[in-house]
Structures are given as structure tokens and as C-alpha cells.
Write a protein that binds this ligand. Structure first.
Ligand code: PMT
Length: 221
């Protein structure tokens, strides 16, 4: 590992979308490309950390030196993230766009289009970030909040509800920012402060976020 403010620290990052199967050929998902999470993995590695990347299905390369745990569903993401945190972690960063709901059952065979309407019963998925942050041995926990309106208010509410140390609010209503693009603009909140970063590349935003996380990790320990 490189020398840097996170030298010797273990950082677990979730990234990408999840896929929730409807039948053998279909699923529910979203537009997350994994770019923000992968940029953070590279930035944390460059700061000296040992990085585990728990990633949903994406089509971008894994940064060199980063350990990949591939997952598909939200339930897989919870299981792999808890296993990574069990092995010891100092920081947990959740950039993944996890499907909030999954079909209650996955049809064994391909659903045929014989009916005019089709209803799916959805059930709530487990929340990986909230589960990690609620552990007695919780690492420094950082969430993301992609919102289209009242961004700051919803982000602060999520930080309190999920008991996070830091939250990164992402206004995804601006074209060219947020989901599936190379650029982003975010506001980071912690218990007694905030900082706006961007618009900038996700890689540069990731570098600044890692610097902020490193600073707060020092003051927390
Ligand atoms: O992947 P990219 O194309 O680069 O896009 C990046 C991004 C826009 C997906 C990313 O920057 C982002 O904002 N991710 C959070 C998406 C989101 O809407 O999160 P949320 O508001 O549903 O959840 C809040 C937090 O809880 C997030 O940290 C999320 O990872 C976590 N969560 C949510 C639900 C769940 N079941 N498990 C979780 O861990």
C-alpha cells in the first residue's frame, strides 16, 4: 500500500446498481454505472488504504490493487458487506444505488405476455448502510443521497436516521451530473459542518472526499 493519510486503514465501499430478478430473463435495476464508487476506491487506495469494493453489475474496470466482491442483488450486497466489515474495517462508504424493493418471488419460468396487465408484488430490501452503521463495532460510516428535490433536507434526515458520520448529497436533477456520467457536484455534511465540492470529475471529487474522511477519522479516534 502507498503512504498517505489512510495508510493501514481498511476501507469497504459499495458501488453500482443491484439487480432484483423478476424471472430468469428480467430484473429491476437503475442507472448507476459504478463510476463514483470506483473513483472512491482508487482515491482511497492512493491514500494508502486497503480497499474492498462490493460491487453490483457494472462494465468499468476495477482499479488495480483493489479487492473486488461481485454481487447481484441487495441481499447479496448486505451479506458481502457484512462479511467484509466482520474481517475488520475502519471506514464504510456506501455509493451503491441499491434497489429499495425486490419482487416477492422470482418466477421459475419466463413470464408470458398473455395478459393485458401484469402486477408485481414488491417487498422491501435490507438496508446495507443502516445495518453496518448500527453495529456496535461500526466503522466510520459515509452514505450518499441521490435526490432530485430538497436535497439538503433529505440528506440530513438520512444522516440522522441511519446514524451516519457523514453524508454526501448528490443533486441528480442536473443533466450530466450524478448517475452514469463522469462528473458530479455534491455537498458533504458531517455533525457540525458542510462543504460543497464540484462540479468536477468524479475522480477529483473522490480525492477531496477521501481527504475529508481522513481528517474526520483522525478527530474521531
Ligand atoms: O454509479 P454512478 O453512475 O457513478 O452514480 C453515482 C450515484 C448517483 C449512484 C451515487 O453518487 C449516489 O448518489 N448513490 C446513492 C444512491 C441513492 O439514491 O441512495 P439512497 O438515497 O437510496 O440511499 C441512501 C444511502 O443508503 C446510500 O449510501 C445507499 O448506498 C445506502 N443504501 C440504500 C438502500 C439500501 N437498501 N441499502 C443501502 O446501503
Amino acid at each position: 500500500p502507498q503512504d498517505g493519510p489512510l495508510r493501514g486503514k481498511r476501507v469497504v465501499i459499495t458501488a453500482g446498481p443491484t439487480r432484483e430478478p423478476i424471472d430468469p430473463v428480467r430484473y429491476i435495476s437503475n442507472h448507476s454505472s459504478g463510476k463514483m464508487g470506483y473513483a472512491l476506491a482508487a482515491a482511497a487506495r492512493d491514500a494508502g488504504a486497503n480497499v474492498v469494493l462490493v460491487s453490483g453489475p457494472v462494465s468499468i474496470p476495477v482499479p488495480a490493487g483493489v479487492e473486488l466482491r461481485s454481487v447481484v442483488t441487495a441481499e447479496d450486497m448486505l451479506r458481502e458487506s457484512m462479511a467484509a466489515v466482520d474481517a475488520g474495517s475502519d471506514v464504510f462508504i456506501a455509493t451503491a444505488a441499491v434497489a429499495d424493493y425486490r419482487p416477492e418471488t422470482c418466477a421459475g419460468d419466463k413470464i408470458k405476455k398473455t395478459r393485458e396487465t401484469l402486477s408485481l408484488d414488491l417487498v422491501k430490501n435490507p438496508d446495507t448502510l443502516a445495518t453496518v452503521a448500527a453495529r456496535p463495532d461500526a466503522p466510520f460510516s459515509v452514505g450518499f443521497a441521490a435526490e432530485t428535490n430538497d436535497v439538503d433536507r433529505y440528506a440530513l434526515d438520512k444522516m440522522a436516521r441511519k446514524k451516519l458520520d457523514m453524508i454526501v448529497a448528490n443533486d441528480v436533477s442536473t443533466p450530466g451530473m450524478g448517475f452514469n456520467s463522469d462528473n458530479n457536484a455534491v455537498t458533504v455534511f458531517w455533525s457540525d459542518g458542510r462543504e460543497h465540492i464540484g462540479p468536477d470529475t468524479k475522480r477529483n471529487i473522490a480525492t477531496r472526499l477521501v481527504a475529508l474522511i481522513s481528517q474526520h477519522l483522525e478527530t474521531n479516534s
